[in-house]
Design a protein. Structure first.
Length: 70
């Protein structure tokens, strides 16, 4: 199991990325705004550098902040 609290999985064939917060699927993000919304709904305080903080967010497969279909 990954110890990073937030995991953004690879882009899906139809676009968007599955997001897991502490092992629970939060939904499919199609943009950073979607990702931030999921984090806020989970009670995470989002600051400007959070999405690029490797201690908090692991981007799996594809580039960070890239949500287009693979």
């Amino acid at each position: 199991m990954d110890s990073t609290p937030i995991v953004v999985h690879p882009p899906t064939p139809t676009g968007g990325r599955r997001v897991a917060i502490q092992g629970r699927v939060a939904g499919i993000a199609r943009s950073d705004a979607d990702l931030v919304e999921f984090l806020c709904q989970a009670g995470v305080t989002v600051h400007s550098a959070l999405l690029d903080d490797e201690a908090w967010v692991k981007w799996r497969g594809g580039r960070a902040h890239h949500y287009a279909a693979r």
